[in-house]
Ligand binder design. Structure first.
Ligand code: NOJ
Ligand code: CA
Length: 544
């Protein structure tokens, strides 16, 4: 790979659930070798970096976020050699690969926990957080509200309570123990030596616990994360760390440090507001959250996203907003999970291509490096009848054949059935059909990515809002020296006509996506009419 150390600032990320992507050996589970066979597809889409969900040994109580061996790959997914072959083949195509790093907790099946629970004298006892009462750290919230009544669970074998921020089958590691810190750095070293380009670091706000605090975002946590960064920079320059902290922008900011902690962090609070704005037909919510998003230190970037493998989280909205989002987007009880909504992009947006395209226009044109969740580029649906978050983790729909182009096994032997909901079945929604159809969602998404790659301003540029007469319109400049892009998005289901003021009379205007003729009506104003949910990216050349 070329040594462009800031490659991530303007990269297109693609989140893959390996089990769902492509089954190379006909056992009904997608695998690493299968993913390798689909790299050309990802290249064609314009992906720069894959983020692989956990593929480590695990009893799968949390789909691999419960690791029982950090150094082994789950048998269904393949071998270390398969991963190396995948990385090599991706690198040949200019695609990087990052993987999940789950450091906050292990599985209760991990040998560390097994040793710890059996013997108070074990040198592993102190790898976890134990207590004789369940009354400590009462200010820490419970995250998996639907399943967990407490962050403490009594362990018969240990004769004590152990601490866990997620499922009770995922005991938290004790980061006050230097041996735990060392063990995690060893894990980091192992996978970076193998060639991965970095990590999406899971659940980092919760590493340390302190009485009288929420046990989130503690200074001790930042200190350790800075140590991880230092270690990576010193030994593996150019590799990246992406932070998963579902927090307000001002609380995420410290995760970038002074440019010496994470390179990237998800922008969680933006995501639900995109959906609010789309439903309210009013851009205000998007503008509000971006206006309260602080500037980042040099060399840092947000990762923006529409959906991911979890429920659409509503933790970063008010109680009233949460209720409203549930009413609007999750009318059936099975669509809700914890404080969120377990549905995919296309079904949230009523399978309406114009609306889905608009969501992608926002994702690709607002600040941040976009992350696409696998299948959303073709508008795949979900299956709310599967438990937990499995309904948004179904097999990738490659074609309309009976085996969906996913596996040679019979569908009943697959890890999960393909989506069958009306309008979303593989015959109706699949990669092959959309590639064959120039107006498909897939082609539109791909086109936006192609155009985005020609415009460094979208990765690096500033954002400034433009006032228009319509609250349904989000209009903004993206700018860096020498390049100016004007983006307008119509959130309304009705046509909107409005006027945009220009600082100077442009010498040239180019509609980058639609190829429509745009001209000034005179003076320094542009009259624009946008159809329902239409968007426009205009390259603007101002006089020198
Ligand atoms: C966040 C992950 O995205 C989610 O899938 C997982 O359940 C929790 N962290 C716990 O690891
Ligand atoms: Ca397989």
């Amino acid at each position: 790979m070329p040594d462009d150390r800031q490659w991530y600032i303007n990269a297109i990320f693609y989140e893959v659930y390996v089990r769902a992507f492509y089954d190379s050996n006909g056992d009904g589970d997608g695998d690493l070798a299968g993913l390798r066979l689909k790299l050309d597809y990802l290249k064609e889409l314009g992906v720069d970096c894959l983020w692989l969900l956990p593929f480590y040994h695990s009893p799968l109580k949390d789909d691999g976020y419960d690791i029982s061996d950090y150094y082994q790959i789950l048998a269904e997914y393949g071998t270390i050699e398969d991963l190396q072959a995948l990385i090599a083949a991706a690198h040949q195509r200019g695609i990087r690969v990052i993987t999940d790093l789950v450091m906050n907790h292990t599985s209760d099946q991990h040998p560390w926990f097994q040793a710890a629970r059996l013997d108070r004298q074990s040198s592993y006892r102190d790898f976890y957080v134990w207590s004789d009462t369940d009354q400590k750290y009462r200010d820490a919230r419970i995250i998996f509200l639907d399943t967990e009544a407490s962050n403490w669970t009594w362990d018969e074998l240990a004769g004590q309570y152990f601490w866990h921020r997620f499922f009770a089958s995922q005991p938290d590691l004790n980061f006050d123990n230097p041996r735990v810190q060392r063990a995690i750095l060893d894990v980091v070293k192992f996978w970076l030596d193998l060639g991965v380009d970095g990590f999406r670091a899971d659940a980092v706000p919760y590493l340390f616990e302190r009485e009288g605090t929420s046990c989130e975002n503690l200074p001790e946590t930042h200190a350790f994360l800075k140590e991880v960064r230092r270690y990576v920079d010193e030994n593996y320059p150019g590799r990246v760390l992406l932070c998963e902290a579902n927090q307000w922008p001002e609380d995420v900011l410290p995760y970038f440090g002074q440019g010496d902690e994470f390179h990237l962090a998800f922008h969680f609070p933006l995501m639900p507001r995109l959906f609010m704005a789309l439903r309210q037909q009013d851009a205000g919510q998007v503008r509000w959250i971006l206006d309260r998003t602080p500037p980042l230190p040099d060399g840092c970037q947000w990762c923006t996203f529409l959906r991911n493998h979890d429920e659409l989280t509503l933790e970063m909205v008010t109680e009233a907003e949460r209720q409203w989002m549930w009413e609007q987007y999750a009318p059936e009880a099975r669509m809700r999970l914890n404080q969120g909504i377990r549905r995919r992009l296309a079904s949230l947006l009523d399978h309406d291509q114009a609306l889905i395209e608009l969501a992608f226009s926002l994702l690709f044109s607002l600040p941040g490096a976009p992350v696409i969740y696998y299948g959303d580029e073709i508008g795949m649906g979900d299956n709310i009848w599967l438990d937990d978050r499995n309904g948004v983790r179904t097999p990738m729909q490659w074609d309309g054949s009976p085996n969906v182009g996913f596996s040679t096994a019979q569908a009943p032997d697959w890890y999960a059935p393909p989506v069958s909901a009306a309008g979303y079945s593989p015959e109706q929604v699949n990669v092959a059909a959309q590639r064959a159809h120039p107006d498909s969602l897939w082609h539109r998404v791909r086109r936006m990515i192609v155009v985005r790659k020609e415009l460094p301003v979208l990765g690096w540029g500033s954002l400034s809002w433009i006032e228009t007469s319509s609250p349904a319109v989000a209009a903004y400049w993206r700018g860096i020296e020498g390049q100016r892009l004007l983006v307008v998005n119509n959130f309304s289901r009705a046509e909107q006509e409005f006027t945009l003021p220009f600082p100077e009379t442009p010498v040239r205007l180019e509609d980058l996506l639609g190829g429509r003729q745009v001209s000034l009506t005179g003076g320094n104003e542009l009259n624009i009419t946008l159809g329902p949910c239409q968007y426009l990216w205009l390259k603007v050349d101002l006089p020198r």
